[in-house]
Write a protein that binds this ligand. Sequence first.
Ligand SMILES: Cc1cc2nc3c(=O)[nH]c(=O)nc-3n(C[C@H](O)[C@H](O)[C@H](O)COP(=O)(O)OP(=O)(O)OC[C@H]3O[C@@H](n4cnc5c(N)ncnc54)[C@H](O)[C@@H]3O)c2cc1C
Length: 435
Amino acid sequence: MQRKDRNVTARGGGPPFTEQAWAGSLESPYYRESHIKLRNYIRQYLESEVFPYAEEWELKGEVPRQAYDVHAAKGFILPGLPRKYRNGKNLPADIPDEEWDLFHSLIITEETSRSPHMGPIWGLGSANTISCPAILNFGTEEQRMKYLPDVHSGKIRFCLGITEPEAGSDVSSIRSTAKLSSDGKHFIVNGSKKWITNGIWADYIVSAVRTSSTASGASGISLLIIPLSSPGITRRRIANSGVHASGSTFILFSDVVVPRENLLGEENKGFKMVMSNFNPERLHLAGSALQMARTCYREAYGHALRRKTFGKALIENQVMRAKFAGMARMIESAHAWMEQIVWHIVQHPRSEQTADVGARLALLKVQSGKVLEYCCREAQQVFGGLGYSKEGPGRVVEQISRDLRVLVVGGGSEEILDDLGIKLTLSLAQSKASL
Ligand SMILES: Cc1cc2nc3c(=O)[nH]c(=O)nc-3n(C[C@H](O)[C@H](O)[C@H](O)COP(=O)(O)OP(=O)(O)OC[C@H]3O[C@@H](n4cnc5c(N)ncnc54)[C@H](O)[C@@H]3O)c2cc1C
């Protein structure tokens, strides 16, 4: 669609590279009027009701319940759910159901990631985003109807429990156990989970547990929905460098009784479910990292125009302009790659789980983390001492320098994902060769 045919224009629109190209001056084949409408709608909401309070909430370590309820009322908790799981509600900005595609979800990721602090954004429900797809994709219809409408309305919250003190990257080595009771009606869960986002407030955890006493490694793992109010559960917050308002939590299970009907999918087949659940999370993290890199660019760019040294603005020095060139190149190329992958998934909705796309999402997530690290470092350098200070014009970039590490490590760490990306392409090449 030609820009002149659009009857809505995108809000914002700063200097090149401070916004996505399609929202600025360049044409894009991927975005329609509904994307612009959603972007304007969410931006207006976030700029008036979330971003002004983000610093306060991050310092407090919590998003107020009322703000969470507003977020839910606006339809931003699991926004893309089918209508029957949304209590019949319209999609955000009244986007017609048939027009919603993955670019709309990407816009929500990007717009929320414009926050000067990521903690409150994660506090507003990112754990629902990474845990509930397991219910949608592997749960029974009864389980979906039992939980998803209440998550969407903000009544209940979920978190995802994969990582344990002894098992992070190597999910197949988890030790938490779920043993079936002698009458076969319950699982008895013992073990622990670490760094669980939103775990301190969540009502339920979708947890990976070992259900087989004989099978080892990836075999014998299941996914279980565990109510976090159950007797035998203790929770304590974990203090991290950043994302304070995300509610990072250590959870201990001690003889926790969980009804058998809370099993998600087939018993002992949970490892594959955990792995497939990672693909949408990696896209979300990549989109978020690239937006945060753009924020670094924008903040530093403004400073380089304002700050004068040796009688001229920083931006007038060639070595400074080279920094912006480097950042812009990295952000724009990774973003174009991401859009291409999203476009492919929009055209082939089941492809998100194929090796071809999984490999690219793994590598994209690594690349986006590297782009963010690079841009944050360069932006801090442009700010000089101000980039190290929690107050003043460099404070957004300083905060990002503390928030960014979890985007590089969480959802699959760099070393693991690089290797996964290439291993997947090798297996594809081998299977093609054997045809
Ligand atoms: C703020 C925060 C929020 C999180 N939220 C959640 C959540 O909601 N739910 C959840 O389940 N988890 C969560 N996590 C955990 C996160 O997913 C793990 O930290 C991540 O998977 C890495 O595991 P690990 O920290 O145990 O690192 P390890 O597995 O101990 O790895 C340490 C380092 O070594 C590298 N490495 C490991 N093995 C190899 C190898 N064979 N070859 C080369 N390099 C290797 C890794 O890439 C990593 O850099 C969160 C973490 C943080 C910090």
